[in-house]
Design a protein around this ligand. Structure first.
Ligand SMILES: Cc1ncc(COP(=O)(O)O)c(C=O)c1O
Length: 409
């Protein structure tokens, strides 16, 4: 069975010209003034080693990333699109748990022709991934005659602001083994985890399983796991456009490297970022400080909203909270009522938040609220406004909620 797309498995890129062969030769025989003074001099820069060290550091060195398995891209956006081009042909599909980052409709589908099959998560279990929801999405795809090539998750989740549990990650791995499909884990928020439980990457779960049950199905899934990462969130430098794909699949790495020529990171940026990452003391302090500030901000948001009678999903990561405004919808718990509430909050209260429907959430009344892109003073103004608004609404319905442990209290 061909697991990859036609683009990735056939050599139609034209990279085998002598122009590109020169680059490969450099890899085999790099110049060094003392150890290899006759070697080839590379007039470009790709300091992938610093990147892989940094990725390992965020994961508390629980996993090592080999630099030759890394492909640099101009942000996480092209990294996700490139993986679609490599893993699926037009008309094939990926399962995505909802709610999901609204940009995926553009990034994963638009130019690639790949389809998204939503896997509906519910507030009843804090929007966690379950085996039955995965299976249901798979069955739904079959009904629509769509071939599923994989599942794409964001861990930590945008928009939920939570890290995936080991149980969820194991469900995902079991599912991918059972259906013989890929897993893409977009870990662009992995450095924003400001509270327990700590971040666990899918790579750690698979690694752990390989060391305990070393059978064929578990070892073969290594080739079908692909990580997306980038510095837009963790280092707060979205304008630098630095992203990457990490994959154990050599064919995917080779195809993605060829495709990355349509969105390269400039050598000047690579040089700057490599130097920044080389300063381990600085990066450690930077991450520590960022997480401390995010936690403080999140607590400000949660207590401000609580004061207005609004609760959030309990979160430990990200730059946003997933906020429950179902009680402000009035008697009609519909997406029309959600849109009306959103318009009121935007136009009358003067706050731009994202309605859950834009993230394909299947329950009306949820909103993503960002807390990290403004000053504390501005956040306080926003909280005063939302309180005045919530107080002005007669709370006529009481919504049945999940167990208190899933909520900020
Ligand atoms: C989950 C996720 N992936 C990818 C991206 C895109 O990141 P970049 O700016 O590096 O392209 C975002 C940005 O919001 C995101 O939330």
């Amino acid at each position: 069975m061909n697991m990859l797309s036609r683009k990735a498995s056939h050599d139609s890129h034209g990279q085998d010209s002598s122009y590109f062969l020169g680059w490969q030769e450099y890899e085999k025989n790099p110049y060094h003034p003392i150890q290899n003074p006759t070697g080839i001099i590379q007039m470009g820069l790709a300091e992938n080693q610093e990147l892989v060290d940094f990725m390992a550091k965020i994961r508390e060195n629980g996993i090592k990333f080999a630099s030759e398995k890394l492909v640099l891209t101009a942000g996480a956006t092209p990294a996700n699109e490139i993986l679609m081009f490599c893993l699926a042909d037009p008309g094939e599909a990926f399962i995505l748990p909802t709610p999901y980052y609204p940009g995926f409709d553009r990034d994963l589908k638009w130019r690639t022709g790949v389809e998204i099959v939503p896997m509906h998560c519910s507030s009843s279990n804090g929007f966690r991934i379950t085996s039955s929801a995965l299976e249901q999405a798979y069955q739904q795809a079959q009904k629509l005659n769509l071939k599923i090539k994989g599942v794409l998750v964001t861990n930590p989740s945008n928009p939920l602001g939570i890290t995936m549990t080991k149980t969820e990650l194991n469900h995902l791995v079991d599912f991918a083994i059972d259906k013989n499909i890929h897993i893409i884990s977009d870990e662009i928020y992995s450095g924003t985890v400001f509270d327990s439980p700590k971040f666990v990457s899918i790579t750690e779960v698979v690694n752990e399983r390989i060391t305990t049950v070393n059978n064929n199905s578990i070892t073969s899934i290594w080739n079908r796991i692909h990580i997306v990462y980038g510095f837009s969130k963790d280092l707060g430098i979205p304008g630098f456009r630095v992203g990457m794909i990490f994959s154990n699949n050599e064919t995917v790495v080779a195809a993605a490297t060829k495709m990355s020529s349509f969105g390269l990171v400039s050598s000047q940026t690579q040089y700057l970022v490599a130097n920044l990452l080389k300063d381990k003391k600085f990066t450690c302090k930077h991450m520590e400080e960022t997480q401390k500030r995010l936690k403080r901000r999140k607590e400000m948001l949660v207590s401000g909203l609580r004061n207005a009678g609004i609760r959030c999903l309990k979160s430990n990561a990200g730059l946003f909270c997933w906020v429950d405004m179902r009680h402000l919808l009035g008697s009609a718990t519909t997406f029309e009522a959600e849109k009306e509430l959103w318009m009121n909050i935007l136009c009358k209260v003067g706050l731009n938040i994202s309605p859950g429907s834009s993230c394909h959430c299947c329950e009306p009344g949820w909103f993503r609220v960002c807390f990290a892109n403004m000053s504390e003073d501005t956040l306080e103004v926003a909280m005063r406004r939302i309180k005045a608004f919530a107080d002005s609404i007669t709370i006529s319905t009481s919504v049945v909620r999940g167990s208190i442990a899933k909520w900020e209290n």
